[in-house]
Ligand binder design. Sequence first.
Ligand code: F6R
Length: 266
Amino acid sequence: MVKNFPLEQSNPERPVISVYPDAKAASVDVAQRIASLIRAKQRDNKQIVLGLATGSTPIYVYEELVRLHREEELSFNNVISFNLDEYFPMQPDSSQSYVAFMKKYLFDHIDIKPENVHIPDGTLARAEIEAYCSAYENKIKAVGGIDIQLLGIGRTGHIGFNEPGATRFSKTRLVELNDLTRTDAAPAFGSKEYVPTEAITMGIDTIMAARKILLMAWGRGKAEIVQKTMETEVTATIPATFLKTCEQVEFVLDNEAASLLTGLEA
Ligand code: F6R
């Protein structure tokens, strides 16, 4: 169910928007699309590179991928993954780490090779971060770039942890988290004061180099930022708007997240 959203004339970009009845239906479709590409690459004896997100948004996608592995023999032996981000500082064995998240929802249940998994390291000394981040970029390039990048969107309009102000050509780096982002993360940490103030994130440029980008948003709580992203000109104030400038992007929404959009065409 793909609908195009005609933007105002001041904004020539026309991103593809797919609207589904609910998050589960959308996630099953996204997972099936990923699975098809994994299988197609396997037939050609090739690897596939996935850019992965954490947070509540991709959980159903990961559940469906795990189901496909268990019930439909989907193997991940040709998959290389790069996660978008990690809090800094963060120990990988902490329950709030994105390492723990990815294990819990995906990696512990599939046959991906551990050496093919990449998640930014939250344990680095500050002085090591810059070189580490440029090595992360180089690793992505060395395996041929990202085939499919999954994204959620924060209420600040962040993608990865590229908060308002992030530039179009930003790369993997240490960033400060926005106050609203830390408020939204507070439940996982017990209280906002325990949410780290920094994170390591792929940059906007890193993300936009992917060959296919699926930005997913579910629920009424995302409707305002989805509307702003679609209806505001491209601006660093809402980093997700940068995505509207690249044609490999698809916004995958459920009805609630799309509920404030006007002018959707069937
Ligand atoms: C997570 C990430 C973030 C989240 C965003 C939405 O790896 O990069 O950009 O996608 O904060 O979070 P949820 O899905 O929890 O609403």
